[in-house]
Structures are given as structure tokens and as C-alpha cells.
Design a protein around this ligand. Structure first.
Ligand SMILES: Nc1nc2c(ncn2[C@@H]2O[C@H](COP(=O)(O)OP(=O)(O)O)[C@@H](O)[C@H]2O)c(=O)[nH]1
Ligand SMILES: [Mg+2]
Length: 698
């Protein structure tokens, strides 16, 4: 049986690390009856922190799917990690879920990762609500947290619940919408039970209730007229109006509670079922049609089936799990679908849903639902599967480019292949972790969002495969070029006995525009060198360009003209011209004031205002050129700069420590620029040392 689209709700649980997301979810599942006993994060037995790595570190690392059925409505939850190292998991959760529940710690207020999360929710215009958590702790304050939310995000959160007492005096919450109170259970593994609102809270509840009506009537003329006329709305009108305001983004509901104490869960579940919009009312899903034109596809069960793979997990026991978001139609077991990426047919087996690590057979999955296909070996994250005649491909997850790179090799050389295989597998599971071989520096380079993520990938490989990896700062792909015009002539001659070798070329080299690479100009007059030898000459130049003369890095952006040459009727050959050409090019570049080039990166740094000064002066210390500074709201500033790659090799680590973990950045290659003086000398020295080391190893 499939849950029909209007009986589905999808909620991503997100927010800064440690705000209590996993604990809250555990108790939502318990309160809703999906699990018999709620566990603590510390015990390592919660539904959503089930990975070995999560249990060991007591933090969420992977997006975890779970669900609970309340009043016939299936609520899918995706719990997400809070650390920016695992932001890829948040992105996929937001893609699969129409709504997001954003947690804010009642003591600390809005923290950095939540600000970044908010920006992406704004960009998607995604319906969202706040849960102010951990209100049972000393110095926690609901009112202060809502103020902080207002200040940082310029929204007026509408309280659906308010706490009864705070800190050690937290006695439960009042549900303003339903006008009932939930007393805090005596222990976290007891359910919340509804009761009457205490007499001393009636007045304040009435105040909050008025705000609720306003939020419900906002944007709906008919409701507004009624509210202004009668001073209230019926329960049915309030629910409908709130639902519409949430979709429109004009209303951001707020909840109070303490997840780990099971305070505030009942009212939240009720709200998700009765007010949060079903996927039918969600924004359409962006896609590309066969001609790559942008289209938008509404979530609609009446169309043929289609779904997007949002996550791939390679499970030790169940094999390959492909998490899908169904967009149209209904996915049924054993259905035949087409993978839009390569038009290959894929036969689905049984379909599943999950309660954390526990897979449950789901029957069919209707539009809007989230489920799991098992053992579909050809399915990858971002694939669209479809039964349409003219299928569209849903837009891929918009992931940040990984910024922390390391060169890697196996401690035991014999395990190099096995290590690479494991790394590629990890990259399939997490698209913000990448592996590639850099042919220029001859290193396998891994890239991730931060040290934590990379360490966790390597730990997993060490534990599961017993392969120990060694990492180091990657080499910079320096290049070489020339700075003026110069020439050289070179004769290759070996004519002692037998068949001889003879070739002579005269070259002129000159710099060309950055990025042009290689240019060859044949300026030969007459028949001094036969046409047939020209390919040999070009090969010689290519060979010489592979290893430059300053420090052995590739030579770029040089135009080579052959102006003269000489051949011998018997002793000349392609090989002889190749050797002569190589020699002439090297001589000519030596005469043309060669220099080293280094890669310059475009850098965008996001920091809190209080760190701005430190981060800016650090950037100038890194030879950075700052080109702009934009306040992004919420006290966050974006700094734009160009910085040499050599200065950014440890930036992911250094920026974190400069900003107590709150700063982040994006980086991409821009251009190559010359280096001279002491910096160039150091590069030359290091290159020479590296070559000696390599020769010794051979
Ligand atoms: N006192 C108190 N502690 C909580 C509450 N919720 C979570 N915690 C604790 O805060 C820590 C982080 O909780 P967790 O659920 O893993 O947060 P997440 O990183 O947002 O998933 C754990 O030690 C929890 O026991 C709460 O409501 N009250
Ligand atoms: Mg967690």
C-alpha cells in the first residue's frame, strides 16, 4: 500500500551541531509511536545516529531517514549533521523534504551553521519552522532566542507553543493553536499527555493566540476581514490560513521544548500533520527536458512515475541503497524504469522505507514520498528514473565544491589499488568527497569539506579494509613560461661510422597571452627542411615543454617559430629533428628570461563580523588581494579575494581555528601568475629536492 500524496509530510531536521536534532527526532518517533523506547545520543542507540562512526563520535555524520505515522499521515524525517563538513547531507535532505525544522539552542541562540542553512532555505523559498531546544538548561530563554531569530533573519517567528517555565523550572509547553498544555513527563521515556492550560497562563496565551490569527490571516483578504471584524478565526480557518502563510513564506512558526526530555514533541507532531503542507502544495521540482531547457515539474501522483536519487549508501549488509524522492506517479515494486542519464532500463525490486538503519518494506511509493531502492548497481546519486515517454532529468543537488585537499597514498605500496577503490566508493556515497589523480604533480588527491570529514572517511577505510593511508599537503601545480623574445640554434649531429644522425634548427620563442598554451609557427623559406620533418620538430617542442628549465615544471604560453634549419640527404630523420628541436627550445627559453608561474585562486570567505579584521590581515599575510566585502545579513560578511594556491593549502584548518569553527570559504582556480625572488627560489629548491628523492626511490 502506498501513502497517498496528501497524507505525506517530509521534514528535514537541521541546524548547528549540538542543538539537539537527533535527540528531538528520537522523541518525536517515540511520541508518535514509531519506536517503543527512546534512546539517548550518549548510548549510541538512537534511530538516526546508527553508523559506527556516529556512535564512536556521538555526532551525526550522515543524513538518516525515519518516519512515523500520526492520524494516518506518514511523516518522513531526515535528520542531518550540524557540522559544515557534512553540509552535503543537509543539501540532500532539503532536496528530499518540502519543509525544514530548524533547531536553535535556547542558551546559545542562532549559531553559524544555522545562519548558513537559513541562506539556502531562503534561496529555495522552502517552508520552515524553528524549534528552540534545550530549554530545560540553565540560562535558556525562549523569548531571547526568538528575539535573536528576529534580529538575525528579519522574520517574526510565530509561537505555536510556549514553554511553561524555563531552565530547571521547565514544566512543559502550552500549545497555543489547540489551547492545551502538555506537562513535562517525569522521565524522557514517558509520553507527553495533554491537559488544561494553567489559570495563570490564560492571559499570555490569549496574547499569543491573537498573533496566530494575524499570521493566519496575513495574505488572505477574506480571512483578514473576518479577523478584523470578529477578533478571531475558527480553528479550521486558522489551520488553513497558517498552512498558506507557511507556503508563502510569510509565516515562520516557532516551537519550544527540550527534545531529550520529551518536552514539546506532541504539539509539534500535531502541527506537522494538521498545518504543514503536503508535497502537493510544494514548489515544483526544477528539471531539464531532453533539449536541456529548464522546466518545473509539480509533485503530482496522477502522472507516470519519476523519481530522483538523492543519496547512495553502500551498506555492509544490505548492499547498495539508493534513496529516492518520488516526484510524479507511484513507484511500484518490480517496476521497469529508465535511467535518464544513460537511457538504460532498470528493473526495481522491492521498495523500502527506513527507520534509521532498519529497512522496512514499503509496498509502493507515491509522488512526494521518500524511499529506498536496494541493489540497483547502476543507480547513482543525482540520477532520474522515469516511466515517462519523454522523461526530464531533475536538477542535481547543488553542492559546494570541496575545499580541503590532501595528497594521499597507501602506507603499504601494495595496497595502493585497494585504497583507490575504497576512496572511489566513499566518493560515490558522499559527493562532497572527491578523488582524482593529478597527472601534473603525479599525486592522488582527495578533496573534502574539512579535516573532520576526511578523517572520518579514512578511519572508515582503516577499520573496514585495514588499509592505512598516509596524507600530506598536496603539491602545487606550478608552471613555467618566458618573459621576452629570444632565439637559439641547435645542431644534432652524430656522423661517425655507419648510418649517421643530422638535424639543425633555428628557433625564435616569444611569450603569448596567458592560457594560450602552445603555438607553433612555421617560418621556413624554401626547402631548407622537408615538410616531412615538421611533425618531428613539433614533437620535440612538446617534449621540451613538459619539463621546463627553471624547476622542471611544464612550460606554457610560448610561441615557437622555426626560422631556419638544415637537413642531410641521408642522415636526417624524424628522430634527429626531434632531438634538435628539443635542444633548440631549451636553449631559446633559457635566453628568454624564464619564470615560474603559480596558480591564483578566487576565494570567497564567509565570517562573522567579529572575525573580519583577523581574517583580512591573515589574507594579506598570504599574499592575498582583497577585491570586495559584502555584508550578507545575520552578522555574516563575505570577503572576496585572489590568493595564490600555495598559501591556501591548509586554509580550511587555519580559517576554522581563526574563527572558532564558524568561518567557511569557497575557492576556484582563476589564473596563473609569475613569481620571483625568494618565493621562486624556495619553489626551485623544493623541486630539486623532490627530483633527487624520486631518483633515489627508482
Ligand atoms: N539538557 C538537554 N540536553 C539535550 C537536549 N537535547 C539534546 N541534548 C544533549 O545535547 C547533546 C547533543 O544532542 P544531539 O541530539 O546529538 O544534537 P544534534 O547534534 O543537534 O543532533 C547531547 O549530549 C544531548 O544529550 C535537551 O533538550 N536538553
Ligand atoms: Mg545529530
Amino acid at each position: 500500500m502506498a501513502y497517498s500524496t496528501d497524507l505525506i509530510r517530509n521534514v528535514a531536521i537541521a541546524g548547528h551541531g549540538g542543538t539537539g536534532k537527533t535527540s528531538l527526532l528520537e522523541h518525536l518517533l517515540f511520541q508518535g509511536g514509531a519506536i517503543g523506547k527512546p534512546e539517548t545520543v550518549e548510548s549510541g542507540k538512537t534511530v538516526s545516529d546508527y553508523g559506527d562512526d556516529e556512535i564512536a563520535r556521538k555526532i551525526s555524520v550522515h543524513a538518516a531517514l525515519s518516519h512515523v505515522t500520526v492520524k494516518d499521515v506518514k511523516i518522513n524525517f531526515i535528520d542531518t549533521p550540524g557540522s559544515s563538513d557534512f553540509v552535503g547531507e543537509v543539501v540532500l535532505a532539503l532536496k528530499a523534504c518540502e519543509s525544514a525544522l530548524v533547531l536553535v539552542d535556547g542558551k546559545s541562540g542562532v549559531q553559524m551553521e544555522t545562519i548558513k542553512l537559513w541562506r539556502s532555505l531562503e534561496a529555495r523559498k522552502q517552508p520552515r519552522a524553528f524549534f528552540v531546544s534545550r530549554l530545560d538548561e540553565e540560562r535558556a530563554s525562549y523569548a531571547k532566542s526568538l528575539e535573536d531569530i528576529h534580529e538575525k533573519f528579519k522574520v517574526n517567528p510565530v509561537a505555536i507553543t510556549i514553554p511553561m517555565g524555563e531552565g530547571s523550572g521547565l514544566k512543559g509547553v502550552v500549545d497555543i493553536l489547540n489551547q492545551i498544555a502538555y506537562t513535562a513527563p517525569s522521565s524522557h521515556d514517558q509520553k507527553e499527555v495533554a491537559g488544561p492550560i494553567p489559570a495563570d497562563m490564560q492571559a499570555i496565551v490569549a496574547e499569543y493566540r491573537a498573533k496566530l490569527y494575524e499570521a493566519a490571516a496575513d495574505g488572505d483578504d477574506e480571512l483578514m476581514e473576518k479577523y478584523l471584524g470578529e477578533g478571531e478565526l475558527s480553528q479550521e480557518e486558522t489551520l488553513r490560513g497558517l498552512g498558506e502563510s507557511i507556503v508563502a513564506g510569510s509565516c515562520v512558526p516557532a516551537f519550544a521544548g527540550a527534545g531529550a526530555r520529551n518536552v514539546g514533541t506532541a504539539a509539534l507532531l500535531d502541527f506537522i500533520v494538521s498545518v504543514v503542507p503536503s508535497p502537493k502544495h510544494a514548489h515544483p521540482v526544477p528539471a531539464k527536458d531532453a533539449a536541456h531547457a529548464a522546466v518545473e515539474v509539480p509533485i503530482d501522483p496522477s502522472k507516470p512515475a519519476s523519481a530522483l536519487v538523492v543519496k547512495t549508501q553502500i551498506d555492509q549488509f544490505s548492499g547498495r541503497l539508493s534513496f529516492v524522492k518520488v516526484v510524479t506517479g507511484t513507484l511500484a515494486p518490480d517496476m521497469e524504469v529508465v535511467n535518464v542519464r544513460d537511457s538504460r532500463k532498470e528493473k526495481l525490486g522491492k521498495l523500502y522505507t527506513a527507520q534509521g538503519k532498519k529497512l522496512e518494506e514499503a509496498g509502493s511509493l507515491a509522488a512526494g514520498d521518500i524511499g529506498i531502492i536496494v541493489k540497483a548497481l547502476d543507480l547513482k546519486t543525482n540520477d532520474t528514473i522515469s516511466t515517462w515517454d519523454k522523461p526530464v532529468a531533475y536538477d542535481k543537488l547543488k553542492l559546494a565544491t570541496p575545499v580541503h585537499t590532501l595528497a594521499i597514498s597507501a602506507a603499504n605500496k601494495k595496497e595502493e589499488d585497494k585504497l583507490n577503490e575504497s576512496l572511489l566508493k566513499a566518493a560515490e556515497e558522499d559527493l562532497t568527497f572527491q578523488v582524482h589523480f593529478n597527472a601534473e604533480t603525479k599525486e592522488t588527491v582527495i578533496a573534502g569539506m574539512g579535516e573532520l570529514q576526511i578523517n572520518m572517511v579514512l578511519d572508515k577505510i582503516k577499520n573496514a579494509q585495514k588499509i592505512v593511508a598516509e596524507t600530506r599537503v598536496p603539491r602545487v601545480a606550478y608552471r613555467e613560461t618566458i618573459t621576452k623574445k629570444a632565439g637559439a640554434e641547435y645542431t644534432h649531429k652524430k656522423q661517425t661510422g655507419g648510418h649517421g644522425q643530422y638535424a639543425r634548427v633555428v628557433f625564435e620563442v616569444e611569450p603569448v597571452e596567458r592560457g594560450v598554451g602552445y603555438v607553433f609557427d612555421n617560418k621556413l623559406f624554401g626547402q631548407s627542411v622537408s615538410k616531412g620533418f615538421i611533425p618531428g620538430i613539433e614533437k620535440g617542442i612538446h617534449q621540451a615543454m613538459e619539463n621546463g628549465i627553471v624547476a622542471g615544471y611544464p612550460v606554457v604560453d610560448v610561441k615557437t617559430a622555426i626560422t631556419d634549419g638544415k637537413e642531410h640527404p641521408v642522415d636526417s630523420s624524424e628522430m634527429a629533428f626531434k632531438i634538435a628541436s628539443r635542444g633548440a627550445f631549451r636553449e631559446a627559453t633559457k635566453n628568454a628570461s624564464p619564470v615560474l608561474l603559480e596558480p591564483i585562486m578566487n576565494l570567497r570567505v564567509f565570517v562573522e563580523e567579529k572575525n573580519l579584521g583577523d581574517v583580512m590581515s591573515d589574507l594579506s599575510g598570504r599574499r592575498g588581494r582583497i577585491s570586495g566585502q559584502n555584508p550578507l545579513g545575520g552578522g555574516i560578511v563575505e570577503i572576496d579575494a585572489q590568493v595564490p594556491q600555495a598559501e591556501l593549502l591548509r586554509y580550511a584548518i587555519d580559517l576554522r581555528s581563526m574563527t572558532s569553527g564558524t568561518g567557511s570559504f569557497e575557492v576556484d582556480f582563476d589564473h596563473y601568475a609569475p613569481i620571483t625572488g625568494k618565493i621562486a627560489e624556495d619553489v626551485i629548491k623544493a623541486a630539486a629536492a623532490f627530483r633527487t628523492h624520486e631518483e633515489e626511490e627508482e
